[in-house]
Write a protein that binds this ligand. Structure first.
Ligand code: F6P
Length: 324
């Protein structure tokens, strides 16, 4: 391996910059050249390559988002798109890749490396925390803390007005942010994509709370919950329940931005460092992950096929009891 290409793809996540910095500096320290590929797979197709040196990643460890920018690229899903991207990599002398992203990013990397035999070591970067082979993904810790900060603020106004708030958080397929932020924020109920909640059961729970003198309530809803999102749930609850004035807050993309937490900076650094060392050691088609505070490699195909957040039922049961 002479020249490593690093890029971010899919949704941005806090901690990606710490990882880019680690890839660049570890690669250079070990005598390799490192190229930054802008806007993920799209940049690979459009030849958006920049030679990196140790100074090109100065002062970025503390920044949210990704300095390499990111995109969701449709063209890369075709063989022609990947062939063009690979030819551009060959022309630029890039002979190994560190993709940072979620399962979509991994699928693209897996196909490219299988079809054209280019070594890849992926880094799990997504706020959703839904990748098999890592206890945590980059950005999840920061995003959850951002959500909790928002819930705390909503709780102030909910309590002042005696209101019921439905707060929608990110997670199209993963309820991890909702579950953990719900527990940490003391939510009265948590609705997740992994477990269906009947509206009548929710209403019953809220009624019990109201009758036991709860003066305000917060319900956390993951965007992928099968009831169709916070506005729909609020509308249906309103039809049968009139103990509180009801409000809805959708937290949206503010959950993706912001200064990465210490945890995400350390995780990004560890994963970027390990990705480069693994490539140089001859590994390929793997994902670096954190398992029990140790960096471990998982086969990329396993990481992709087993991708999903494994619902911690015990946390959900506990949250129900702690919210009485
Ligand atoms: O995968 C990360 C994530 O933030 C999901 O939680 C969310 O459903 C999705 O990305 C939103 O994607 P976009 O920014 O493309 O709308």
């Amino acid at each position: 391996i002479n020249k490593i290409g690093v890029f971010t793809s899919g949704g941005d996540a806090p901690g990606m910059n710490a990882c880019i910095r680690a890839v660049v500096r570890t690669g250079i320290y070990l005598g390799k050249q490192v190229v930054g590929i802008h806007q993920g797979y799209q940049g690979m197709i459009d030849k958006k390559f920049t030679d990196m040196d140790a100074r090109s990643v100065r002062n970025i460890i503390q920044l949210g988002g990704t300095v390499l920018k990111t995109a969701r690229c449709v063209d890369f899903r075709t063989y022609e798109g990947r062939e063009k991207a690979y030819q551009n990599l060959v022309d630029a002398g890039i002979d190994a890749l560190v993709p940072i992203g979620g399962d979509g990013t991994f699928s693209g990397a897996e196909e490219l490396s299988r079809e054209f035999n280019i070594p890849v070591i992926c880094v799990p970067g997504t706020i959703d925390n839904d990748l098999y082979g890592s206890d945590f993904t980059l950005g999840y810790d920061t995003a959850t803390n951002t959500v909790i900060e928002a819930i705390d603020k909503i709780r102030d106004t909910a309590a002042s007005h005696d209101r019921l708030f439905f707060v929608e958080v990110m997670g199209r397929d993963s309820g991890c942010i909702a579950l953990h932020a719900g527990v940490a924020g003391g939510a009265e109920a948590i609705l997740l994509p992994e477990k269906e909640t009947a509206i009548d059961d929710l209403i019953h729970k809220l009624e019990e709370g109201a009758l036991s003198k709860k003066s305000s309530c917060i319900v956390i809803i993951a965007e992928g919950d099968k009831n169709g999102g916070a506005y729909n749930v609020a509308k249906r609850v309103k039809e049968k329940f009139n103990f509180y004035d009801i409000k809805v807050t959708i937290l949206g993309h503010l959950q993706r931005g912001g200064t990465p937490s210490s945890f995400d900076r350390v995780l990004g650094s560890r994963m970027g460092y390990a990705a480069v060392k693994s490539l140089i050691a001859g590994e390929t088609r793997k994902m670096v992950g954190l398992r029990g505070n140790e960096i471990q490699l998982t086969d990329l195909v396993d990481a992709i096929h087993n991708h999903s957040f494994k619902l911690e039922e015990d946390l959900l049961d506990m949250a129900t009891i702690l919210a009485i």
